[in-house]
Design a protein around this ligand. Sequence first.
Ligand SMILES: C[S@@+](CC[C@H](N)C(=O)[O-])C[C@H]1O[C@@H](n2cnc3c(N)ncnc32)[C@H](O)[C@@H]1O
Length: 305
Amino acid sequence: MTAFDVLAALVHAGSGLVLGSDKLYLLEARLAPLLKREKLAGLDALAIRLAGCGPDHELARDVMEAMTTNESLFFRDTKPFAHVRNVALPRLCSAGRPLRLWSAAAASGQEAYSLAMIVEAAAPPQRVDIVGTDLSRDQVTRARAGLFTQFEVQRGLPVRLLLQHFMQEPTGWRISVSLRAMCSFRRENLLGDLSALGTFDLVFLRNVLIYFDIVDKTRVLSAVAARMAPNGLLYLGTADSILGLDVPFTPLAGERGVYIRTGLPSGPSTHAASRRNWPQALDPATAHADVPVVSIDRRVAVARH
Ligand SMILES: C[S@@+](CC[C@H](N)C(=O)[O-])C[C@H]1O[C@@H](n2cnc3c(N)ncnc32)[C@H](O)[C@@H]1O
């Protein structure tokens, strides 16, 4: 077994990220600062140091977090945010009860804060909480601070919203107190136990499933589904797909990348986001039902964790 094999296996077991053998250059580039910090000569020395460590070991976590891709921007892909603003949020707000939104794999917080800007503009009467989670502690710390560079606020954020919601500081632009109060961030592994997070009406799970294999994609989507209200909405990234996966989501007709949480046991729902409360266009009965479904051997996933 080479050092690459050891490190790739550790990263996969702990975070789900799949590193093909062509990614040796990526491993070397991203772990270079860690090697320097630990005064290690190279990947071989790191692999030896990590021998016998589980994914929860501090150094193993550092390796996993160094391998994550944290690219994000405000209002990324535009369309999902327009859907939240124009369709999902007005419907959810009409229920009158508190709402919970989840930016799973939140990176440095742009997605959660974009949602918060939409919520603040809608000024719903009820409380709305937005939770952002990410594997990377550095990213969670950054998201909590809500401080973004000039480069970051120039990506996807209209100038009007920059001036409305940010204060300029010597080192960047700080998001407003009111938006920070709406959002909370915590470290959470999507492959871990997510039950403490509670239940969400709307989930953004974007641009992270692309790094996982089919077993972990299924596992994460099933775990996310378990954290969603009946008929809650799931938004995936443009390159993500549930095609062929045995998961309780149905694509929303005419809305690429938006899915309804289906497949819960039938019976009267006490949740305000129940099916009868969605307009016709959002009703699972009118959503595409032509997605082929295959079963995944879940024993593989269970054995690995
Ligand atoms: C490319 S960013 C996506 C950010 C944002 N969702 C977006 O679309 O702009 C992917 C994020 O997923 C996080 N991530 C990767 N594996 C994870 C895991 N197993 N659990 C939680 N977060 C994970 C990474 O730390 C990274 O910040």
